[in-house]
Design a protein around this ligand. Structure first.
Ligand code: AP5
Length: 213
């Protein structure tokens, strides 16, 4: 089963993708994570994308499509979760082509709806485990009091360079201008389902599970 998690920054795409990896043996393909890896390892591509990401702008279609193309060559296990990809109509067309070349289908597109006011607090309160990437939030899922990640026991957390109000404004602008047209695109293809992303994490998990069957 191959699915897309679609939603604005902070909607909970990464949080839900990690749950699907654990419960359904799916592979999470987060273009944001791939780009951050390239940035941290100092590759040429990483240097090019660093400023773009810090500003909250979108990286070029060519770069992200290349990243996804490479990952589709790897193990597909229980299927792919596209997290943060596609983000433009060009990326959506490219994904359709790549999947068809591999004889694969897109089984569901799940739009996670969260209003903008909630996104500010979600983004500014977010941290992740430096070791395994488990996602935390200062208020709703605080870093454990014993200082150790509840998932892997790692001892440090980190925050993203673009998790501030200024970058978030630009990320939201990019979302509404370039990514939200995908809602109509997938609706027209009969592939769109919607969940209320404002509920508790477990409630959103259950809603997604109902859609996937
Ligand atoms: P990316 O890394 O994809 O970031 P994003 O889309 O902005 O999404 P986030 O990771 O910020 O949020 P999320 O929806 O995963 O939320 P999370 O689960 O962490 O992209 C970063 C940048 O890379 C882009 O700006 C762009 O520059 C570039 N890029 C990436 N892909 C690209 C592409 N395809 N094309 C071009 N450029 C690209 O949750 C957020 C917080 O909320 C957490 O603290 C979590 O604990 C909490 N939370 C989650 N769910 C709930 C809930 N139900 N209730 C309460 N709290 C919750």
């Amino acid at each position: 089963m191959n699915i897309i998690l679609l939603g604005p920054p902070g909607a909970g795409k990464g949080t839900q993708a990690r749950h699907l990896v654990e419960t359904r043996n799916m592979i999470q393909l987060s273009t944001g994570d791939m780009l951050r890896e390239a940035k941290d390892s100092g590759t040429e591509m990483g240097k090019i994308v660093a400023d773009v990401m810090a500003r909250g702008d979108l990286v070029t279609d060519e770069i992200v499509i290349g990243l996804i193309r490479e990952k589709l060559e790897g193990d597909k296990a229980g299927g792919f979760i596209f997290d943060g990809f596609p983000r433009t109509l060009g990326q959506a067309d490219a994904l359709a082509e790549l999947l068809s070349e591999k004889g694969e289908n897109l089984d569901a597109v799940i739009e996670m709806q969260v209003d903008d006011a909630a996104l500010v607090s979600r983004i500014t309160g977010r941290s992740t485990c430096s070791n395994c990437g488990e996602v935390y939030h200062d208020e709703t899922k605080p870093w454990p009091a014993d200082g150790k990640c509840s998932n892997c026991g790692g001892g440090s957390q980190k925050r993203r360079a673009d998790d501030n109000e200024e970058s978030l404004k630009q990320r939201l602008m990019e979302y509404y201008k370039k990514t939200s047209p995908l809602i109509g695109y997938y609706y027209a293809k009969g592939q769109l389902s919607t969940v209320d992303g404002l509920g508790e994490i477990e409630g959103v998990q259950a809603a997604i599970s109902d859609i996937l069957g």
